[in-house]
Design a protein around this ligand. Structure first.
Ligand SMILES: NC(=O)c1ccc[n+]([C@@H]2O[C@H](COP(=O)([O-])OP(=O)(O)OC[C@H]3O[C@@H](n4cnc5c(N)ncnc54)[C@H](O)[C@@H]3O)[C@@H](O)[C@H]2O)c1
Length: 341
């Protein structure tokens, strides 16, 4: 089987390429990446060690995408993936995320390839999520806040979320008219080694790096309390479930899943700080910023019951292991970390 991974030198795409190369026998893995995101060139060099060929193509360029060779499966991991970019660079977000999906699905139509699309929990409307009061959340009732696939997507969600939801719709249109097989995975926060974290993308690795390098951090929003929470999934768990999906694509397809770390991996920024202090043995300064960013939400917790039911699968790696894995990777690649954080 010939597989193309778009955004294949990104955090998810590169880890997935190497994982599939290792565990999917008789498959050839190729990537598309134009190296626009910082860190992508470093991961490209790593991919090359595994003989993974990259096409340096801008996904928003229709002609370039259509000129690529034929693939049996495209795994679309290419995006401007930060919510903050919805405001900072809307055209780039629109072109890469939505025009890019149009080009990829057109390529799938021509070649009759299947598609696995990496979507996001950000497709859900933030109207109600924003109103959750962190102070009133009861620990025992947290499970009730978990988000299923049928949660409201009709309201405001950021341009990032809009382009991902519209991409999902586009894929379903092409499925209806051209019989293309698809799987849509709406992931929550993904983290692990080879993620270069920033304030607006990859906060777990940013936290570990800042502790390791003794750099200051900010608690942004929600009164600067650091009490906002997310469930985090390890990149290895992401790779495992996608491998299962590929192996079962002949019988499970045309479905949308929520996939995340779940209740056991739900963590607040404050708790993440404690964990980083424990693992790195360093304490750093935090500046509280009271004002909440426009699209920020106090909590997101994934409901994994559908993915569990379909594949008898659930994430294995707990949050403390995620932090430890990132820490060990950083210790091993000190020079790269010093340069990129
Ligand atoms: N990381 C997460 O926590 C997370 C959570 C939910 C969903 N996702 C989704 O997973 C996918 C991968 O995310 P990631 O964290 O690996 O992001 P990333 O920024 O690390 O990787 C994206 C890659 O795409 C490349 N790229 C960007 N624009 C391009 C263009 N126009 N043409 C060609 N290449 C381009 C970048 O250079 C980068 O290497 C995205 O679709 C994202 O929406 C990620």
């Amino acid at each position: 089987m010939k597989i193309l991974i778009t955004g294949g030198c990104g955090f998810v795409g590169s880890n997935l390429s190497i994982f599939l190369k290792r565990y999917l026998n008789n498959s050839k893995i190729f990537t598309i990446d134009n190296f626009i995101r910082p860190g992508s060139k470093i991961r490209y060099k790593r991919n090359k060690l595994y003989n993974i060929k990259n096409f340096k193509v801008d996904i928003s360029n229709y002609k370039s995408v259509m000129m690529l060779p034929k693939f049996d499966l495209i795994i679309d991991c290419c995006a401007e993936a930060a919510v903050a970019d919805s405001i900072k660079k809307p055209k780039k977000v629109f072109d890469t995320n939505l025009v890019g999906t149009f080009n990829i699905i057109s390529k799938c139509k021509t070649d009759k390839s299947d598609i696995i699309f990496l979507s996001t929990s950000r497709v859900y409307s933030i109207d109600l999520l924003k109103k959750i009061d962190l102070k009133k959340i009861k620990l025992k009732k947290l499970r009730n806040l978990s988000i299923k696939e049928n949660y409201d997507v009709s309201g405001i969600k950021s341009l990032y979320g809009f382009t991902k939801l519209s991409s999902e719709d586009l894929i379903k249109e092409y499925n209806y008219s051209n019989n293309l097989k698809y799987i849509i995975n709406r992931f929550g926060v993904i983290s692990g080694p080879w993620q270069f974290g920033y304030e607006d993308q990859g906060f777990v690795s940013l936290w570990v790096a800042s502790h390791l390098l003794k750099k200051k951090l900010k608690y942004i929003g929600f009164g600067g309390s650091g009490h906002q929470m997310r469930d985090v999934i390890h990149i290895d768990d992401v790779c495992q479930i996608i491998l299962l999906q590929i192996k079962n694509m002949h019988q499970i397809y045309n479905v949308t899943f929520n996939i995340g770390g779940g209740l056991k991996n739900l963590i607040s920024l404050k708790k993440l700080t404690n964990l980083c202090e424990l693992i790195t043995k360093n304490k750093i300064k935090f500046t509280p910023i009271k004002k909440t960013s426009l699209f920020d939400i106090p909590i997101f917790l994934t409901n994994n019951s559908k993915i569990k039911k379909y594949y008898n699968w659930q994430p294995q790696k707990k949050i403390d292991l995620i932090v430890k894995d990132i820490y060990n990777w950083m210790i091993k690649h000190e020079k790269v970390i010093n340069k990129n954080f």
